[in-house]
Design a protein around this ligand. Sequence first.
Ligand SMILES: *[C@@H]1O[C@H](CO)[C@@H](O)[C@H](O)[C@H]1NC(C)=O
Ligand SMILES: *[C@@H]1O[C@H](CO)[C@@H](O)[C@H](O)[C@H]1NC(C)=O
Ligand SMILES: *[C@@H]1O[C@H](CO)[C@@H](O)[C@H](O)[C@H]1NC(C)=O
Ligand SMILES: *[C@@H]1O[C@H](CO)[C@@H](O)[C@H](O)[C@H]1NC(C)=O
Ligand SMILES: *[C@@H]1O[C@H](CO)[C@@H](O)[C@H](O)[C@H]1NC(C)=O
Ligand SMILES: *[C@@H]1O[C@H](CO)[C@@H](O)[C@H](O)[C@H]1NC(C)=O
Ligand SMILES: [Zn+2]
Length: 611
Amino acid sequence: MHLKLRLLELIVGLLLVQVKSRPQANPCQNFYKVACGNWSSSHETDSYQSFMDQLDYNYQEKLADLLDNEREDDEPHFVQQLRAFYTACRKPLSQDQVLRILEHLIAMDNIQTEQLTVGLTAAFRLKVLPDINDSNTYDIWKQLLSNREHWDTHTTNREPLTREIFDKLWANMPKVPFLFKEYYWHEMSKLEDKIMSYGIKDDASARGDLVTGIPSFWMMPWPNGNITYENLFEIAHLLDLKTDEFIVVYIYMRLKLVPEGLSKESWHIDRDQCAEQSTQILSHPAVWLVETTPPRLKEEPVLQDIFEELKHRFGQKLLANRNNFTPHSTSFWSKKKRMRLRLSILPRNCSAQSMVRRIERHYRDVHMNASDYFGNLNIGLNHSRSQRDYPELWAIVFGHEWIPSRTSKSALYRTQVHGYGTFASAFYIVKQNMLIVPLSLLEPPFYTHGQPAILTYSSLGFILGHELSHGFDSEGMTFSSNGVDNSAVDTELEWNPRFQQKLDCLDRRFSNRRYEKFADASGLELAYSAYFDTAQTDHKRKRSAEELVAQKQQFFLNFAQFFCSNKELDKEAPDHGSDRKRVNDAVAHFEPFREAFSCGPSPRRRQCRLY
Ligand SMILES: *[C@@H]1O[C@H](CO)[C@@H](O)[C@H](O)[C@H]1NC(C)=O
Ligand SMILES: *[C@@H]1O[C@H](CO)[C@@H](O)[C@H](O)[C@H]1NC(C)=O
Ligand SMILES: *[C@@H]1O[C@H](CO)[C@@H](O)[C@H](O)[C@H]1NC(C)=O
Ligand SMILES: *[C@@H]1O[C@H](CO)[C@@H](O)[C@H](O)[C@H]1NC(C)=O
Ligand SMILES: *[C@@H]1O[C@H](CO)[C@@H](O)[C@H](O)[C@H]1NC(C)=O
Ligand SMILES: *[C@@H]1O[C@H](CO)[C@@H](O)[C@H](O)[C@H]1NC(C)=O
Ligand SMILES: [Zn+2]
């Protein structure tokens, strides 16, 4: 709480100073800047780049502390695997080891995305394992190309391969049948020519932000001229189009060209990064270890109460029935209010022993080796893949939310960053009509037990409201409270003129982000009304008119600060800067916000309200 309040006071203080002297940001135009403008400078020396990353970082630190401690007697098998994974990850690695792992991959006759991920992680020292995705290495390349933290000119060989060098490298390759030398030369030289061709156009600087410096640990050719981020993404796309087999051979050759210096100097992975990889590879053991020592579920009643209140408010909107839905549909949706909230990704409502048994069963075939980091990655990624064959244990990503293929109240869900931006993200499971809040979210500076209600409503209230609204976006709406798709409801939605008109409105404004924007606007509205409607009748919260305005400003500032980051500084991708847009879009048409900051009536367009 202290941290959070200090942050808030600092920013409210700043706001007053700014208003008095020279206003730097207008809350009505760029509220994100007002709330988060100083985030970067006050977190310059920290290891995380956003408020949300900070939650993950704290959680990983806690896990690392536990894993650095001596193991205890009688630890479950899965915790031993977690320790072995972490221990191997912390051991320094050498270029030689990386070459061995690539040789191993080259020799395999059919490598899959998991193995390629291991190879790329090894060669480029990718910090965080990307999420497993069958058909997509574009994101990995993008991430690699955008990373230029500790760039060292001496480890980077920017020159394209010559035929002479290629021949020499080829002669020293592991001997594998079915690798056709001329084909590889043709493909490699074509690829490298293409990469080198970027940045030589004169108009490069005119077409977008320039990339400064070469990516960290890059060992492929790099153009000489200035290149733009747009060029960078084209390069990522080019590499993504290559087969996994080709990429493995290619990075092996390029790594062999890296100057001697690197091979002597081993590299190591930081403790919080090893903890993060442990969480990705062995989610449940990691979460189990953190959450059982000590158990933290005292916030359950507070959150369940807020959740009930938000559901109630949403229910009232449905009852008002502005869309004139039929009684059949309205009663169908009113049952969805049975939506449940589960804290923690681990099953609740089962005994400590049966929880241990379940996790043991899930990881029984996983045997990590405390001195073989890359081997462990292989095992771990392979296990994640095989989990998908067990419908009750695996959830597939459906847009933003997860739909497990079979209903099971106590399923094990993997924590993942992909699609959420953070391990701490809450998620809604349509088929179970259940919302899951990982306990890592309920940590300072975001949440402290007993913090003022205004902080809880403006942050957690918003998040719960956002997730529950997903149950009522036009995809979620056709699923019943038991997760069964109902075609009659689907048809009614399709033919409801007002609903379709509002959906078109969202489409036009936000295209494929429409449901996110709907959930943001709806979540903010629910949280706001839940807090301030009660505030009017609650003596403790009763304030003078001025204090009420100050409180409202505080509510919005605290809401916005969840999205603070310095990622905007990279300007690295078209979708970046979306934190800013998220905040600004959510408040833009919200009347109470405009009142609190005296913005006057909403300009031009009104909100597209589905309900
Ligand atoms: C932002 O915060 C830092 C550290 O708290 C402070 O030193 C700095 O002056 C602030 N920047 C601005 C623009 O107020
Ligand atoms: C894999 O990546 C593609 C492209 O980014 C995306 O459309 C797809 O949903 C992803 N699949 C999974 C399972 O995450
Ligand atoms: C790259 O851009 C910088 C600054 O925009 C400019 O000074 C420099 O001359 C450019 N270099 C080339 C090779 O175009
Ligand atoms: C836990 O189980 C009990 C008894 O089966 C049930 O009454 C209760 O609602 C369950 N709680 C949750 C959170 O599922
Ligand atoms: C663990 O890995 C090391 C290094 O790769 C290897 O020498 C050792 O045999 C492995 N141990 C087991 C039990 O597989
Ligand atoms: C990968 O998993 C499959 C089962 O899904 C198993 O048969 C295979 O041996 C595993 N490979 C490795 C390298 O662990
Ligand atoms: Zn969402």
